[in-house]
Design a protein around this ligand. Structure first.
Ligand SMILES: CC(C)(COP(=O)(O)OP(=O)(O)OC[C@H]1O[C@@H](n2cnc3c(N)ncnc32)[C@H](O)[C@@H]1OP(=O)(O)O)[C@@H](O)C(=O)NCCC(=O)NCCS
Length: 147
C-alpha cells in the first residue's frame, strides 16, 4: 500500500477531508451533527493521507498564537486503520509544522488513542476529562526545545 501525505490545497480536498471527519466523528463516534465542520476550519491548516487518490486520513492544525501548534480532528478511514496511516500522517504534520519552530505542539486526545500518540512522542500533561461526551487528555510533544 502506497500512502502519500500532503497539505490541502483545493476545495475538493477540503470537502473530502470533511466527509471523512463526518463519517468518523458524527456517524461512528456519535458527536453532535453541528460539530463538523466548524468555524475553526477557516483559520486552520488541513492535511490528508491518500491511498490511490482516495482520502483515507486527515488532521488539522491550529495556531492559537505564533508559538503554539494544536493538532485537531485526526481521523483515519475505518477500513485503513492499523496500517500505519495515522502514524505516517501525524509524523508528516509534525515535520511540516516544526518548520515554524513552535514552542509548543499539543492536542486534546481521546484517551482511547493515547497509546497511539505516545508512539509519536506525545505524553499526557493533564488528567482525563470529559469533552463532548468523550474522555480526553491533554498531550504535548516531548522533543521540543523550550528555551
Ligand atoms: C487513533 C487513530 C488516528 C490511529 O490511526 P491508525 O492509522 O489506525 O494508527 P496506526 O496504524 O498508524 O498505528 C500506529 C501505532 O499506534 C498503535 N495504535 C493505533 N491505534 C491505537 C489505539 N487506539 N490504542 C493503542 N495503540 C494504537 C498501533 O498498534 C501502531 O503501533 P505499532 O507501531 O507498534 O504497530 C485511528 O484509530 C482513528 O482515526 N480513530 C478514530 C478517530 C479518533 O479517535 N481520532 C483521535 C481523535 S483524538
Amino acid at each position: 500500500m502506497s500512502t502519500t501525505y500532503k497539505q490541502i490545497k483545493t476545495i475538493q480536498e477540503f470537502i473530502g477531508a470533511i466527509r471523512l471527519r463526518v463519517d468518523v466523528f458524527i456517524k461512528e463516534q456519535q458527536c453532535a451533527p453541528g460539530w463538523e465542520p466548524d468555524e475553526e476550519d477557516k483559520v486552520s491548516e488541513h492535511f490528508i493521507a491518500l491511498v490511490d487518490r482516495k482520502i483515507v486520513g486527515t488532521a488539522r492544525v491550529r495556531r492559537p498564537n505564533p508559538e503554539e501548534i494544536k493538532i485537531e480532528r485526526m481521523a483515519i478511514d475505518k477500513g485503513f486503520r492499523g496500517k500505519g496511516v495515522g502514524d505516517g500522517l501525524l509524523r508528516y504534520v509534525i515535520k511540516q509544522t516544526m518548520r515554524s519552530k513552535p514552542k509548543r505542539i499539543w492536542m486534546q486526545a481521546q484517551t482511547h488513542a493515547q497509546a497511539f500518540y505516545e508512539k509519536c512522542g506525545f505524553h499526557a500533561v493533564s488528567k482525563p476529562y470529559d469533552l463532548y461526551g468523550i474522555e480526553h487528555v491533554d498531550m504535548e510533544l516531548m522533543v521540543l526545545d523550550k528555551k
